[in-house]
Design a protein around this ligand. Structure first.
Ligand SMILES: Cc1cc2nc3c(=O)[nH]c(=O)nc-3n(C[C@H](O)[C@H](O)[C@H](O)COP(=O)(O)OP(=O)(O)OC[C@H]3O[C@@H](n4cnc5c(N)ncnc54)[C@H](O)[C@@H]3O)c2cc1C
Length: 475
């Protein structure tokens, strides 16, 4: 009797327990998607998904992948917007759904050690009783994992004052392409800073699973400011928002957030929640300050006095319930966009430009012109304090011509970002989607990135089809 050759899944079941190796086609389907429009348009199924519980299991899987030349793609929660967690060339997806423990919270030493599948919000909840928090705060924080955040160098509204994930990864345990395991940032270190050796932690943070697979993170955490206050300011012209921010900097104030709502976003939010009473104008700034209660009370008034010079209207919120309500509304922008355009879907494409602060008005004005020219509905908003302009493009996915125009819009937005001295992605990463812009943005440095990739992953098995190429036009 002829025996059939063992499948990839059969062989992986010899490495990790069978119930954590998935190859049933129906169960594989969710792994063909993340939040990117790219992934929604063509299904790219992995051959198999493994769900390890330990670093040793991850290393065993990678050793097998190395021996067989099989692609390996790490996956957190799949909330990425660039196709990063999609097995573009098939192979093995390594899901971190079962590696989500908090291994240590060390309050005195201001750090925590976690597994990569831990969800951001679960870390925050665990830190709160210790009076601590983890500052990078992506809008997807209730779902996304710390591993995904480190891999993408994620951030959020508070990056203006607190910085991005990269600033908070002190060290990482990483499975390399041959299955060996290293610890960056010092094998036994609990130091909060280091000048020792090449900073390998920084090399892996932001490398999107293409240089190694993170199996543990040593994170810096911070004392949680006990109070916060918000100033909302409406402006007659976009240019006044930049001038206002400049006034704040000149007065020595670095707010913890400075969020921008373009007129399109204000209109959508007003339609969704008129009770918010957002100020009118071409743009609204949402400025938050943090500190002790006394400090916040005086800072809010100080900031208000400064922004009044340019804003047509201001108001401030100091009660925590009111501030939480405002943030909830800001986070609900997607729902508001859907209500404003009920026949369309918000897609994630060309959504993450980051430009110099001085170029924000020109960028938004030009982006509005391009979207009008292409007849595509867009809502603009962003983390204004660090120049991160988000565009919520709305399309009817069944309308092929509209989709083609949306593709053109996303392409032109990416090129616009580079033209004004910015980047095609402030926080969401390159993934599959933004590879065509890497040459224009990085010049010859892209070749060095490729050499680093080749040195660390000579067989090209780690998350192939991401970041490094080909040069050219977007597919
Ligand atoms: C509604 C919405 C709002 C969002 N808001 C923000 C925001 O405000 N700021 C922001 O920065 N992003 C935002 N994002 C994008 C996304 O949530 C972040 O990029 C997040 O960090 C991805 O985490 P994840 O666990 O979902 O990762 P995944 O999507 O699963 O993976 C992302 C990348 O990380 C790699 N990866 C995952 N785990 C590991 C690991 N253990 N080792 C090595 N590589 C790994 C994957 O291969 C992939 O390349 C948003 C997304 C959505 C859908």
């Amino acid at each position: 009797m002829a025996t059939t050759a063992p499948t990839l899944a059969d062989r992986l079941r010899e490495i990790i327990p069978p119930d954590r190796v998935i190859d049933d086609p129906a169960t594989l389907v969710p792994y063909a998607y993340d939040a990117s429009f790219w992934s929604l348009r063509q299904q790219r199924l992995p051959d198999v998904v493994v769900v390890p519980r330990t670093t040793a299991e991850v290393a065993g899987v990678v050793r097998f992948a190395d021996a067989t030349g099989t692609p390996v793609v790490p996956r957190g929660a799949g909330t990425g917007q660039t196709g990063g967690a999609i097995a573009a060339r098939g192979g093995i997806v390594v899901s971190f759904a079962r590696m989500r423990e908090i291994l240590e919270i060390d309050r005195r030493n201001l750090q925590a050690v976690v597994e990569p599948g831990l969800v951001f919000a679960d870390l925050q909840d665990a830190l709160r009783p210790h009076g601590l928090f983890f500052p990078p705060d992506p809008g997807s924080g209730r779902a996304c994992t710390l591993g995904g955040m480190a891999a993408n160098n994620a951030s959020g509204p508070h990056a203006v004052r607190w910085g991005t994930t990269s600033a908070y990864v002190l060290g990482a345990e990483v499975v390399l392409a041959d299955g060996s395991v290293i610890t960056t940032g010092g094998v036994r270190s609990k130091a909060l800073k280091s000048s020792s050796g090449i900073d390998l932690t920084k090399l892996f943070v932001g490398s999107e699973g293409t240089l190694g697979i993170i199996t543990r993170l040593r994170l810096r955490v911070q004392p949680r400011p006990p109070a916060r206050g918000v100033v909302l300011a409406g402006y007659a012209a976009l240019e006044d928002t930049v001038a206002s921010l400049d006034d704040l900097f000149a007065a020595g104030v670095l707010p913890s957030t400075a969020e921008l709502l373009d007129r399109s976003a204000v209109e959508a939010l007003q339609r969704w929640k008129p009770e918010l009473g957002l100020p009118d104008g071409e743009a609204v700034l949402f400025i938050e300050v943090e500190g002790t209660p006394d400090h916040v009370a005086s800072s809010v008034r100080y900031v208000d006095g400064i922004v009044r010079r340019r804003a047509t209207v201001t108001k401030f919120a100091e009660a925590e319930a009111e501030i939480a309500r405002l943030w909830a509304a800001r986070s609900g922008l997607a729902a508001a966009a859907a209500l404003a355009h009920p026949d369309k879907h918000r897609i994630f494409a060309g959504e993450d430009l980051a430009v110099p602060l001085s170029e924000i008005p020109r960028t938004i004005r030009r982006a509005r012109e391009i979207s009008a020219e292409l007849h595509i509905a867009v809502i603009f908003y962003g983390h204004f304090g660090d120049g991160n302009v988000h565009s919520a493009i709305l399309v009817d996915p069944s309308d092929a011509d509209e989709v083609r125009r949306a593709d053109e819009l996303a392409d032109r937005l990416h090129r616009l970002a580079i033209e004004v001295g910015g980047t095609v992605t402030g926080e969401h990463g390159t993934g599959a989607v933004r590879q065509p812009y890497m040459r224009a943005e990085h010049g010859d440095a892209l070749d060095l990135m490729r050499r680093v990739k080749d040195a660390l992953d000579p067989k090209g098995i780690l998350n192939p089809g991401k970041i490094y190429g080909p040069d050219g036009t977007p597919g």
